[in-house]
Structure formats: structure tokens, C-alpha cells
Design a protein around this ligand. Sequence first.
Ligand code: ADP
Length: 438
Amino acid sequence: MKKVLIANRGEIAVRVIRACRQLNLKTVAVYSTADRTALHVQLADEACCIGPAAPKQSYLNMNAIITAAKLTNADAIHPGYGFLSENAVFAQLCAEHNLTFIGPSAHVIALMGEKARARETMQAAGVPVVPGSKTEFNDQQQGLQAAIALGFPVMLKASAGGGGKGMRIISHEDQFKESFTLAQNEALHAFNDNHMYLEKYLPHPRHIEVQVFADKFGNAVALGERDCTLQQHHQKVIEEAPATILKPATRAQMFAVSVKAAQEIGYVGAGTMEFLLDDPDHFYFMEMNTRIQVEHPVTELTSGLDLVTLQLRIAAGEKLPSTINHKIAQGFALECRINARTAGKIQALHLPAGYGIRTDSALYQGYQVPPNYDSMIAKIIAFGPKRQTVIQMMLNALDETVISGPQTNLDFLMQLLAEPAFLANTTDINWLDHLTAN
Ligand code: ADP
């Protein structure tokens, strides 16, 4: 592996370019016409325009990206997160063009992408899953029977789901018909697939996920867990490592089942096993993300490992270093996602720094934030000895941050960090939605 094309934009494209440079790999950026002046284009060794602003015509345009890789003699593609990162067809296309896709095989991506099948696979590998329907279905009557057997409230989900689409909480038999029709139509429109399945609805769970890494030789490790309970409309807002509410025995069990499952499905690269934690002892598999995640820095800081260079080395055929073992977090890390609520030019910019503060972003003064893409423009990560200290470090960091031009969620984040329930760490995945609804 000598030259890596980065099929992404924004902070993750910059993050991957930095990792490539660390390993002396050449880099190729791709960009849409809206991103001509973007930082990732300036930092890469070469850059190729792949189409207009609309993602479908550029960052999701598989043929344009493969062509860019061929024209520049790249031999590998890093998909980042979002866009084509969990697209099995794209991973297969890379393989057919002799390009190393930096991630697991197309087969594994497809297996984990079909959620009902992923549940079955995980269950067979000994991973606890949320009690639910045995099979997927597209018939309403069949769904209703399964829901009655399971007991209300239930969570109806689209088998091909993602991004919270095609999902409904159903509390009573009377609502089943209407909710089923709405969810199924949503699934059909979003994924062109009307298969649904059911899970028991858990009222107050926390979201805990395990970072796994596996090489091409069947070795796998768990590099720590993250607590991503703080979500708004199913979108993560703040992430932490470690999950301080987790009992050591539960953590050990989560690590063990995650690693075993990764090995059984022939996983390669960075992956995340997402779980719902019902009470301090019971955890249930929700889904596996087959890519690097937005929140990977909190694990980097608490494990002392550069996860993106590790991805590159594993894709190049290296074994997991023999010194790597399961990682119990050292210290505590917190990440805040900075979102732009409006597009526009960055008039003035000061990103925080200092002891224990890291920022990952693609911002610079004068940069024009385009309206076409994800609203996350930066991540601020704080790392220190313990949760309370790190929350204060984060508050200080957010307080000194200046991003003028587009409106951001900086003030909102600062208010959130001062909430008693957040400080006491007693929240659940619905807490923030309730807080903001009032
Ligand atoms: P998607 O892939 O569409 O994001 P997920 O299956 O990951 O869907 O679920 C999204 C969110 O919905 C989870 O992070 C969690 O907050 C909530 N959720 C999912 N399943 C359940 C469940 N069985 N009970 C309660 N909440 C759930």
C-alpha cells in the first residue's frame, strides 16, 4: 500500500490524511464542486473533483470515486464514516478493481447491514440481543401476532434501517396498524426494502459500545468501551470513555462477546459493537458498525493507540501488534460534537488548546461552510484523570472557543455540561429529548 484515496470530506478526511502522512503513505483527496477550497483538498498530495455538490453525484458516486483512484494510481480507499463507508456494493467494487477497501469484506458489511440477519448471527455467536421477533416479516398481521407474543411496548424497526428511519415505538395493540404502515412506508422509501422486525422496547437504557479491532489472521481485541447515552433525535451529542457506570464484570463480558463475535464472522479492521444497557448488569446487542466512528478519539486517548493508523496497517496486511491486548481505559475522555446550525463563512476562529485538549476539525478562518453536508464541523475532546475534572476542562475549552459566522451549538453544549443529571451521570438515551422538549 503506497497511496490512499480518501473517499470523504470534512474532519474525518483530514484525520485520515494525517494518519497516512504518519505512515509515509501518499494521499488523494476527492471533492465536490462545493468543496473546492476545503481543508482536506489542501492537505492531500493530490486532489480530484468527483462531481457537483449533491452527495449522490459526488461523495456517493461510486464510479467517479473508482475512476479517481485509477487515474491517480491509488491502491487503497479509506471511506471514513457516513457516505460509502458501510456500502457492501462499494467494498465489492473496490475489490474488483484491485483497490484495498480499508474496512471489512463486502460480505461482512452486507451481513451487519441487514439488521434482522445481524441479530440472528450475533445470537448464534452467543451475544445477547434485545428480546424480539424470531424472523423478519413484511405482513402486518404477522407483525401484530409477533408483537402480542412479545408484549407491548415494542420497538418496530426496518431490517435495512439506519439513521433512525423506519423505526416506531408502539405502546398498544390499537396503534399497531397505523404505526406499522407509516414505518414500513418510510423503510420502503429510504431503503427500497419493506422488511421489518420487532424488539422489546427498553424504557430507560444507556448506549454503550465496544471498539473492536481484528486483523486478517483471526486475531481480535476490544480496545475499550464508550458511553454514548447523550443523544438528541437518536444523534449522539457527547461521548465518553470509559463508561464509568459499567461494572468491571459486565465490561469484561461485553469485551469477551464482542471479540468472539468479530472472530466468528471473519471481521477485519475497526468495528463497533453497539449495546443497550438496561440496568448495570444487562446488555443487549443493537447493531455493529463496520467503520471508524465519529467518536473514536475518546478511545484513542484512553487506550493510547492511534486507531486510524492501526486501520491502515491492518488493511496493508499487518498483524495486530503482539503488545495489544484488551484495553481498560486509562484516565477519562469526553468528546463534544460542534454542529453548525447555519451555513456561511467563518469570520473569526479560535479553537481551544492547552493541557489535555484536542480538536479535530476541517475549519479555518475564511472557510465557507457549505449547506450540502452533515452539520458537524468540529469535535473537541478533553482528556484527564477523572470525569469531574474532564467536564471542567471541557467547559473551559468550549468557553474559549470562537466560531463566528455560522450559528453553532456551543452555548447549548455548555448548558448541557452543567445539567445536574449529566454531572451525576444518571441520564438515559431519552433524557436529552425530554429536556429539550420542555
Ligand atoms: P439506526 O441504525 O436507525 O440508528 P438503531 O437500531 O441503532 O437504529 O437505534 C437507534 C436508537 O434508537 C438507539 O441508539 C436507541 O437510542 C434507540 N433504540 C433502539 N432500539 C431500542 C429498543 N429496543 N428500546 C429502546 N430504544 C431503542
